[in-house]
Design a protein around this ligand. Sequence first.
Ligand SMILES: Cc1cc2nc3c(=O)[nH]c(=O)nc-3n(C[C@H](O)[C@H](O)[C@H](O)COP(=O)(O)OP(=O)(O)OC[C@H]3O[C@@H](n4cnc5c(N)ncnc54)[C@H](O)[C@@H]3O)c2cc1C
Length: 597
Amino acid sequence: MGAYRAPLADIHFLLNDVFQADEVFAAMPETEEVTKDLVAAILEEAAKIAEQMLSPINQSGDQEACHFDNGIVTTPKGFKEAYEAYSEGGWSGLTGDTNYGGQGMPKVLSAMIEEMFFGANSSFCLYTILTTGATLTLTHHANEELKNYFLPKMFSGQWSGTMCLTEPHAGTDLGIINSKAVPDAQGSYGITGTKIFITAGEHDLTENIIHLVLAKLPDAPAGPRGISLFLVPKFLVEKDGAIGAANNVNCGSIEHKMGIKASATCVMNFENSKGFLVGELNCGLSNLFTMMNYERLSMGLQGNGLAESSYQIAREYAKERLQGRAASGPKLTDKVADPILVHPDVRRMLLTMRANTIAGRALSLYSAFQLDISRFHPEKTVRKRADQLVSLLIPVQKAYCSDRGFESCVLGQQLLGGHGYVAEWGLEQNVRDARISQIYEGANGIQALDLMGRKTVRSDGELWALLVEEMNTFIESQKNNTEMQSHLAKFQDLIQEVQVTTDRVIANAKNNPDEIGAASYAYMDLMGLTLFCFMWQRMLAAAYIARAAGNGNKEYLEGLIKCGVFFMQRLVPKSKSLVAEINAGAESLMALTASEF
Ligand SMILES: Cc1cc2nc3c(=O)[nH]c(=O)nc-3n(C[C@H](O)[C@H](O)[C@H](O)COP(=O)(O)OP(=O)(O)OC[C@H]3O[C@@H](n4cnc5c(N)ncnc54)[C@H](O)[C@@H]3O)c2cc1C
């Protein structure tokens, strides 16, 4: 199995040449100390953890998996030690609020670290990002007392967190959950119910686990507007912060699943467990949704990380595996065959992986920058604009990066032939581990519906118009860059294609509500392709500038430019079939009766 290498060259190129991270951070008082050198030093350390600590226990963790015995969950060998090192290094609180022991670093930085950790060991990374998600929710919605009790120990990594939303009968439709919260005499609540599929619900990595649980008061309004959010610790916490009595929170079993086998996916039973209200009553779902953009970004990053890992293995294999001869004549005449890299179809697979993986990384960074600007920028109008962009970008980043990530893992597996199907090289594990990123945190079909329905039709195209402004500003900035002109012409055609399609779906949806769901997935794909194309324009422009100035590694820049040309010539034309699919409308989808299926 190939050892994972953190893609630092790409990350530095994107941060410094493409997005000018220094300038963005310098414009915001809370991030002005996040200099290029500091970012480089932190990324370097994170890369060491990914390569030297997490990657070596990835395959063994998959083979051993989590173990369940009478309510106790044991993680595979090496996970506890890796987690201790992770906590001691201060990684748990990297982006946390500095008032409670966090380090206040921007999301841009933690996004790249998450990508590395997911690429090196997705199961391990899940334990960490669930805690980050829970702390973010508490920071924004919990009262001071709860924050003071819980956040410092979560930021130090001593305690971990979970998100307990799903129930056996309620996944996408959380409005119908059954878990109950009954007020008690102390102003807290007795929480009773069963949650399923809870990542890191029980494990042996931390001394306490802080669950964020959705439940309803007995007299709550029906549907999503009656849901409240509660903090329910595994062990109660004494006044002095010490661990107290067990809180009737029990793990009933863990799932046996396709991938991420070293991540404990738990059935959690709450039996009159003491819970503390987070935020206002009946606002649980909307409070959680304010954090959803961060959570969803992580799932796209899982796709990117595993795609990168798969690309690295496939690239080395393609250079070494000798099969057949090049169509243009033998290349290695002293060998029995040429490396499979000589074959155009092998290059198609490798270049598709590379082109989509770096574009996915760029899109994730672009989205993370908008999240940081919406949080830290001193001007309200700038924050608002970034927030609007985030709401359009995130469903696409989540769904398109996880879909392309899975596709890259499968392409890598295909490139290795039979050796991709067996366990030794790690590709089959990547395929299994990547698959879940398309399902959890809102299945990708739901992301597409969110993009098409709420973000496009309901906003009457306003958010799309904002993105068009961003893209046009960039195009305008490149009008004197001769090397970019043919790429920009294609990009402008694509924007125009999306504009016409968007207008048409908005108009059709007024007559038939099924048009939204019928168009949604292909529209998400079209938007993803357009955003990847935008990212490629930015990467190509930066690479041409660096090459002309003689900056950076020449071979790296040449490879990047050629990959960009491949993307523009061979992947962008896929927009045509997506537009045709969207234009076909709802009729053929809705024509069959249930018994005709
Ligand atoms: C390994 C793993 C880890 C998980 N971790 C957590 C966790 O930590 N915490 C937690 O709370 N949950 C967790 N989940 C649950 C996960 O978020 C849900 O499985 C997911 O949201 C989908 O819900 P569901 O499985 O009930 O599918 P359903 O909601 O039943 O959906 C089934 C299918 O129908 C589609 N569908 C549903 N409704 C609509 C609609 N209105 N319009 C169009 N299509 C629709 C969906 O897109 C999907 O394809 C995890 C799941 C797994 C497998």
